[in-house]
Design a binder for this molecule. Structure first.
Ligand SMILES: *Cc1c(COP(=O)(O)O)cnc(C)c1O
Length: 374
């Protein structure tokens, strides 16, 4: 059994991907080929967002919009601490200062109360200027955008959705990557929609922001290709990756349904022995991860050890909240309690999740977990 099985998925799309690759090998427009343009159109249609702009990675999909905001070190960008490192790293790379916010103990997403508290304390201190917030759709569940966007509007903050894990998720009938002013996603192979290398995309309904992003991702080019009007970088999706992604997007809705069914089966088998994922009313989760919470750190460590012995794949996302990472521990300034993030890092564990798991495999994994925790 694999934690994420890309072999089984490849069998479904092999013929089409090989044909598409062959086409690219013939026309040789490896950069910005017509497959990229077609994929961007399909992405915009899928998410219901006006502009989809592809780039070289999910990290770049965060960095480019932050570059467009022209941050300096006095600009505060609010980020959760319990997420993948890139969420905070992108802020530092773009010249701003990340301010860490606590997570909701049930959804694991950014807590609106903690965001309010952090903004209040940043303003009271008067050193940093609140500029933007990056809610993350952690493990595939869209963040609480109604509450977070309301707070952002009250304080004039830009909202940048980190939908690297959320692609395919929904909130009140709207798809992930359509929330906030700008959204970012990743096509890293293990994400819900992954390519065969690195890739990412940025989404926005704002024509002006879209124009700036299109310029920044090709060296800040102006109307004339060799008149560079701003500092940008080279961040593009390869034509070959667009071939893979177009085929995967076709089977994506069916894959999401399969993930939903498997998650429901996990839930029914495990709800009595561990805290299973909470998907509040009105949300759809893309199940980038299926993450449980043990009662305490000791039990979590026992689960990891015993599952490894039983050869059941298990992972911890994330064992260290970003404010405790070596890169930020000495540097960051605390503006709100980060207790929930610290508890989550000590108690969560993730089980195998991909659309090609069988019910029998889910039952095996669930039984192994139950035998340890009951
Ligand atoms: C994976 C991920 C990223 C970065 O994406 P890459 O394509 O690996 O650069 C950013 N944020 C979150 C929440 C992620 O899970």
């Amino acid at each position: 059994m694999q934690f994420i099985d890309l072999h089984k998925q490849y069998k479904v799309i092999e013929k089409e991907v090989r044909q598409g690759m062959e086409k690219v090998l013939n026309h040789k427009r490896f950069i910005m080929g017509e497959e990229v343009t077609a994929f961007e159109r399909e992405l915009a249609q899928y998410t219901g967002v006006k502009h989809a702009i592809t780039c070289a990675s999910g990290t770049d999909a965060l960095v480019l919009p932050l570059m467009a905001m022209e941050l300096d070190e006095n600009d505060a960008v609010f980020v959760p601490s319990f997420t993948f490192f890139a969420t905070a790293e992108s802020v530092t790379l773009a010249g701003g200062t990340p301010v860490f916010v606590d997570s909701d103990p049930d959804t694991f997403n950014m807590s609106p109360e903690s965001l309010k508290d952090a903004i209040k304390n940043v303003m009271a201190e008067g050193k940093l200027k609140p500029k933007a917030v990056i809610p993350v759709d952690l493990f595939g569940l869209p963040a609480d955008f109604d509450a977070l966007c309301k707070i952002a509007t009250n304080h004039g903050l830009m909202v940048l959705e980190d939908g690297a894990q959320g692609f395919g998720g929904e909130y009140k009938g709207n798809r992930a990557c359509s929330f906030g002013h700008i959204a970012a996603t990743s096509f890293f192979p293990a994400k819900p929609l992954g390519c065969y290398g690195d890739g990412g995309a940025i989404f926005t309904n704002d024509d002006e922001i879209a124009e700036i992003l299109k310029s920044i991702h090709v060296h800040g080019q102006g109307k004339d290709k060799y008149d560079n009007v701003r500092i940008g970088l080279n961040s593009r999706l390869d034509t070959m990756q667009a071939v893979v992604l177009r085929e995967k997007l076709k089977i994506f809705p069916g894959e999401l349904d399969a993930r939903d069914k498997l998650a429901a089966l996990y839930q029914s088998l495990l709800k009595d022995v561990a805290k299973t994922p909470v998907v509040p009313l009105g949300y759809r989760c893309s199940w980038a991860q299926y993450t449980l919470q043990a009662e305490n750190h000791q039990l979590r460590e026992k689960v990891l050890k015993d599952l490894k012995e039983k050869e059941v794949p298990v992972m911890v996302y994330y064992p260290i909240p970003i404010h405790k990472s070596t890169a930020y521990a000495d540097k960051y300034q605390s503006y709100t309690s980060l207790k929930n993030c610290e508890t989550l890092a000590k108690t969560v564990f993730s089980l195998p999740m991909h659309p090609y798991l069988t019910e029998k495999e889910i039952q095996e994994v669930a039984k192994a977990v139950k035998d340890i925790l009951k």
